[in-house]
Design a protein around this ligand. Structure first.
Ligand code: 13P
Ligand code: ZN
Length: 276
């Protein structure tokens, strides 16, 4: 077997966690990432028949949570209570590779969480988001949650209406409408780590790859770590421009006609009902 610490997917995952930490979004244990792995990219590194231990799901009601759609799927995931700051230096304790067990009822730990850890407390919201995205885009592999500073600030001062929030973000930078033409969906403040926030997030994920948890953070989904990180960075930068300018007299803006011109030129299908 090859050394899994040398695997491209693991190195890229660690580098992403470090980037997010350095951007100041993942204070303490803030943030979590899950990455759907393919058996063929794992088979040179792990004996997939060897289960280190079984891990029950946490924070979900058996009757309300059904991950059977993901049975047998394997995820690389950050541990609960673990600091992104420490992931790159010590992946084996801070990360785990888990397989969704029979009927989607529990997890097989295949690697990692060596000091007794377990997946993020947000694992149910991640799994429900993966299910929602896979139904929309079978190539989706990543779900990422983090606490970007300016976006959080914006949720304190901007209306929490998804269409209005999206319009404001699109106005903040020329690239926004091209990078996230399906806009953002905004959830009100909800208790995190619960079935309820998982269900609400996954319903929003059917419509958009970016879901905002007001006064908490952001969920992004995408085909690759780079793509998902890219959505979040772009949204956060737009939020930063909003927070730098919203208290100043506005002299210029990107008009709806220009947003439409951008969408037409770059050939993206924008979410209905946002551009007037
Ligand atoms: P975990 O440490 O359980 O991943 O939780 C971090 C977080 O951001 C909760 O929303
Ligand atoms: Zn969080």
């Amino acid at each position: 077997m090859k050394n899994i610490l040398e695997a491209k997917f693991l190195k890229e995952f660690c580098a992403t966690a470090s980037n997010m930490y350095r951007l100041g979004w993942d204070e303490r244990n803030g943030g979590n990432i899950s990455y759907l792995l393919k058996e063929e990219e794992l088979k040179d590194y792990l004996d997939l028949d060897h289960v280190e231990r079984k891990i029950p799901f946490m924070g979900v009601k058996e009757t309300a949570f059904d991950a059977s759609f993901l049975e047998g799927k394997i995820f690389l995931v950050t541990g609960t209570g673990r600091y992104f700051k420490n992931v790159e230096g010590d992946p084996e304790n801070n990360l785990g590779i888990v397989r969704i067990g029979k009927g989607g009822k529990d997890l097989d730990l295949l690697w990692g969480f060596a000091d007794g850890g377990r997946p993020t407390s947000e694992f149910p919201a991640h799994m429900m988001s993966h299910m929602a995205r896979l139904k929309t885009d079978p190539e989706n592999r990543v779900v990422m949650h983090t606490h970007p500073t300016n976006l959080l600030a914006m949720t304190y001062v901007h209306e929490l209406d998804s269409a209005k929030f999206t319009h404001t973000l699109w106005e903040m930078s020329t690239e926004c409408v091209v990078v996230f033409p399906d806009g953002v969906e905004v959830l009100p403040w909800m208790l995190c780590g619960t079935n309820e926030i998982g269900v609400a997030t996954s319903q929003k994920m059917m419509q958009s790859r970016v879901v905002i948890w007001s006064m908490h953070g952001i969920y992004g989904a995408g085909r690759t770590l780079d793509e998902t990180f890219g959505f979040i960075v772009t949204v956060e930068e737009a939020a930063q421009i909003y927070m730098l300018t919203s208290h100043l007299p506005r002299k210029n803006t990107i008009t709806d006609a220009q947003l439409k011109e951008l969408a037409d030129f770059f050939g993206v299908q924008v979410k209905e009902g946002i551009i007037g």
